[in-house]
Design a protein around this ligand. Sequence first.
Ligand code: PMT
Length: 219
Amino acid sequence: DLAGKLAGARVLMTAGPTLEDIDPVRYVGNRSSGKMGFALAAAAVAAGAEVTLVAGPVQLATPAGVRRLDVRSALEMHQAVFRELPGQDIYIGAAAVADYRPAEPMNCKRKKSGDEWQLRLTLNPDILADVAARDDRPFVVGFAAETNDVEKHARDKLQRKRLDMIAANQVGLPHCGFESCDNALSVFWPGGGEDIGLGDKQTVARRLLQLIAEQWSAR
Ligand code: PMT
């Protein structure tokens, strides 16, 4: 039961993909439906939190009680997060942020020509790491999408990015993770961890939110 677990807390979250425009008709981006992040936002509201959700382009209805800000690119998401950050108690980065964006976005559609097209990409800011690097940071929860050595990579990210908690999508399970309705997570925090078994994203989100509330109030 989530009721009251985050009463009065302010939670800032991201969800969905970011899309990085190449020209007015093309983009590069990450896979993400936003379902996991939107389920977490709904769970945070059920726990009594005041929730701001910065969402990349997704086809989902806003959960009741959630304040939603729509963005498209990683740079826009970074800007929105830092505008909303002051006064937040908890930050949860569930978005699949594109690590790179086109170095020279074009204002006009690029004409098809030749057999090859070499696209130059440039690094996007790491929103999660930038939030965690602040002195007046909230409790910071990251996600990890790894394909191998999940615990090692997740614990490494936890330390390197100075996170309070990381939720790694379990790999190798069918119908899980990106775009599907179900997920399974391995959650790690300094000195502990828990596997959240396969379930629909609403159920998984509620358990993750319980763990976040426990670790946040123990901090
Ligand atoms: O949206 P769904 O279809 O429901 O799928 C859910 C999900 C699989 C997208 C979600 O559970 C998830 O794992 N989201 C993070 C995916 C990801 O991009 O992981 P990563 O290992 O690339 O990034 C690690 C963390 O850093 C994430 O918290 C990410 O939000 C953050 N990050 C990454 C790059 C960047 N430039 N800025 C960031 O803040």
